[in-house]
Ligand binder design. Structure first.
Ligand SMILES: [Zn+2]
Length: 349
């Protein structure tokens, strides 16, 4: 075992990281880079030593080389994830190809780092891992709902977001546009306040919502900051091209997020095919207030009636009076489903 006992005591301890790496020079490099950023770090050379180390030491994150002598990094991750599901693990490899990436995702690693890793990228990745692990330990989730326009999220998943807040989860709302021509920044801020959600309001010109940059970068930036475990966005089954582009941009930016679900907006097509239904009975009235704030209209408007009736319609599928429907882009979280109907196999795509 090549543990490194010399962590600098003068620095703020941001967390303890174990590096599982058989190449001594690489291990030293990773440990040093983490220590310089204020982490304490240690290294071991194989899976058996890693298990032994973890039996005696608390760790906030693990960096695991794939090509270990003896049991591989994949095997170690699989065993670790069974015994310690909340311990965040990143796989490190010199062979960055699709095959390895796909296997890494399947073995439920939290991140995937290709050598050589520059220290700033390493520290950023470890910051994310540690934040994710702490959120998992606390049992609360961070949720990000992305829309092309400021009012999209309130109408589609306002009840779901209120439910998340009620359950102690942190909620953030991202709009790619500031909503010129429609309800603007003020309406979005009021709606976010009612949702008790953090608001990220960008000002891409309407009509310039893309499925590549800059939209992907905007969403990815917020995802890097928040490290959500759940992301909601537009369904691809939507008549509006800007909604579909926002869907593509969000899925690209959220590829490492465990759960990504797609919501139904008023412009959804008949091909919208939900497999998950979130019961929102206690939150319907509050949702309608959020919608009123977001779309900038008063009580009893046609929009409100449609929102209520839509929830009532989907309630048939979710064992509640009112539900919000979701398609599942992917879900690797292993969390218990929120409703009986969620037991339906998720659609991957
Ligand atoms: Zn919209």
């Amino acid at each position: 075992m090549t543990t490194n006992p010399s962590s600098p005591p003068a620095r703020v301890r941001r967390g303890h990281v174990l590096v599982v790496e058989d190449d001594a020079a690489t291990a030293r490099y990773l440990v040093l880079a983490l220590q310089r950023a204020g982490y304490t770090a240690a290294s071991v050379g194989d899976a058996v030593a890693a298990e032994r180390y973890l039996a005696d030491n608390d760790c906030d994150a693990l960096l695991v080389d794939i090509g270990l002598p003896g049991p591989s990094g994949f095997e170690l991750v699989r065993e670790l994830k069974e015994a310690r599901p909340t311990l965040p693990v990143a796989l490190v490899t010199a062979y960055a190809n699709m095959d390895v990436a796909v296997r890494a995702l399947r073995s439920e690693v939290d991140d995937f780092l290709a050598k050589p890793i520059e220290p700033p990228d390493l520290v950023e990745a470890v910051d994310r891992l540690v934040a994710r692990g702490r959120a998992a330990e606390a049992g609360s989730q961070r949720v990000l709902a992305v829309g092309a326009h400021p009012d999209d999220v309130a109408v589609a998943v306002g009840g779901t977001l209120l439910r998340h807040r009620f359950e102690g989860d942190e909620v953030a709302v991202l709009s790619l546009t500031g909503g010129d021509g429609g309800p603007g920044a003020e309406a979005a801020a009021r709606a976010a306040e009612l949702l008790d959600a953090q608001l990220f309001l960008f000002d891409l010109p309407v009509g310039e919502v893309t499925d590549g940059e800059p939209a992907v970068g905007l969403v990815a930036g917020v995802i890097d900051e928040l490290v959500p475990s759940v992301v909601y966005t537009h369904s691809l089954n939507d008549q509006r091209a800007d909604h579909r582009r926002a869907h593509h941009a969000t899925l690209a930016a959220a590829r490492r997020i465990p759960t990504v679900c797609c919501y139904e907006g008023p412009s959804a097509t008949v091909d919208f095919r939900p497999v998950r239904f979130v019961p929102i009975d206690p939150f319907v009235d509050a949702k309608l207030e959020v919608v009123a704030a977001a779309v900038g209209v008063g009580d009893g408007s046609p929009d409100q009636e449609l929102v209520r009736a839509t929830g009532r319609y989907w309630g048939r599928f979710g064992g509640a009076r009112y539900c919000e429907p979701l398609e599942v882009a992917w879900d690797t979280s292993g969390r218990a489903a929120e409703s009986a109907a969620a037991a339906v196999a998720p659609v991957t795509g």
